[in-house]
Design a protein around this ligand. Structure first.
Ligand SMILES: Nc1ncnc2c1ncn2[C@@H]1O[C@H](COP(=O)(O)OP(=O)(O)OP(=O)(O)O)[C@@H](O)[C@H]1O
Length: 325
């Protein structure tokens, strides 16, 4: 049952060595760490993020230290405060804190050189959960594209070599290695949507569509390709409308292209993800903007989009407030 894991590991080529492995002490990252350590002896380092969220976090760290000692792999631990702000999802806050921690651990520290590649243990079931979560939120193409097998984040090459491997195959492989792992008690907490998807939806999908892992993965691949094209089109359109966008050339584009280029501009320049309703209102305003005196000022994301002369601007606070401060 573990051929899929072995095939995936044989095909994995990290951007460069040494390679870090994001190591939680859970089954998937334990298997990934052991397989990487066997393939690149002396060139693998484990990065553990101590979330400080659950009482069990110290146990995770101890577990990681024991496994690393057994594998002869150095372990770097970084403590983060991943408490979430009101209105922010705890999972998103923990994920952001984790990526910042990886970037901090990747710096050279005197005893070792900088690391620029990290491998994470996300697998096929995680990928499908990500897709279903995206659907449950009404996400657009970037969400439906789920997780990429390779991306650059915070200057680090982030690899996910196990995206095509079902969770059960990883556990089979791990059981053969006789390495211990720790079960995260929060994985059983039904307050998290992801856990409800895992416990309720995945078994139902397996019953109704036995091939769902493979077919969903194909759909994710199509969405990722479409998202890449949308990004390329947005880059071309942005070169024409300019930054910040000029209203006239924007109006010359179809409404779908306007939405695409504005989304890209807002995200790239301001880290702002507008809701579908906000973007719709903004497009209505762009269309209605046919006179010199037409005013645009709309709440978009955490800030405001505003017309200034021939261009649209975005502020994270109303400019009138800014000038008062
Ligand atoms: N505390 C952590 N420190 C370092 N890396 C982590 C940590 N938590 C998760 N990761 C990385 O992110 C991947 C996916 O995280 P996820 O939360 O799905 O996994 P997990 O259930 O905590 O652990 P595992 O995937 O190892 O079973 C992990 O496989 C691991 O590579």
């Amino acid at each position: 049952m573990s051929e899929a894991f072995e095939r995936a590991m044989a095909a994995f080529e990290p951007a460069c060595l040494p390679l870090a492995v994001g190591f939680s002490g859970g089954a998937d990252s334990t298997a990934l760490l052991a397989a990487c350590a066997a393939r690149w002896p002396g060139q693998v380092i484990a990065f553990h993020v101590h979330h400080g969220l659950q009482a069990a976090a110290d146990d995770f760290e101890r577990q990681c230290a024991q496994v690393c000692e057994r594998l002869g792999v150095p372990l770097v631990t970084h403590r983060v405060d991943a408490r979430h702000a009101p209105g922010d999802s705890p999972e998103d806050a923990a994920r952001r804190a984790r990526y910042d921690a990886y970037a901090a651990m990747a710096q050279a520290d005197g005893a070792r050189p900088a690391v620029s590649s990290i491998a994470l243990g996300h697998h096929a079931d995680d990928q499908i959960e990500t897709l279903l979560l995206a659907l449950s939120r009404g996400a657009g193409m970037p969400g439906l594209a789920a997780m990429p097998a390779h991306a650059v984040r915070n200057g680090l090459n982030v690899h996910r070599p196990l995206l095509a491997v079902p969770a059960a195959d990883i556990r089979d492989w791990l059981a053969q290695q006789q390495l211990p792992w720790i079960e995260d008690p929060s994985n059983a907490d039904a307050r998290y949507t992801r856990n409800r998807i895992r416990a309720v939806l995945l078994p139902a999908l397996a019953d109704a569509f036995p091939q769902f892992r493979a077919t969903f993965a194909r759909s994710i691949g199509h969405a990722a390709q479409a998202q890449q094209l949308l990004g390329e089109l947005a880059a071309q359109d942005l070169a024409v409308v300019g930054e910040p966008p000029q209203i006239r050339p924007l109006q010359a584009l179809s409404r779908a292209r306007q939405a695409n280029v504005l989304r890209q501009w807002l995200m790239q320049a301001h880290g702002c993800a507008p809701s579908a309703a906000q973007l719709d209102q903004l497009l209505d305003q762009v269309r209605a903007c046919t006179t010199r005196g037409h005013r645009i000022r709309l709440k978009v994301g955490a800030g405001f989009a505003e017309r200034r002369g021939e261009r649209l601007h975005w502020y994270n606070a109303p400019p009138s407030l800014k000038t008062l401060l």
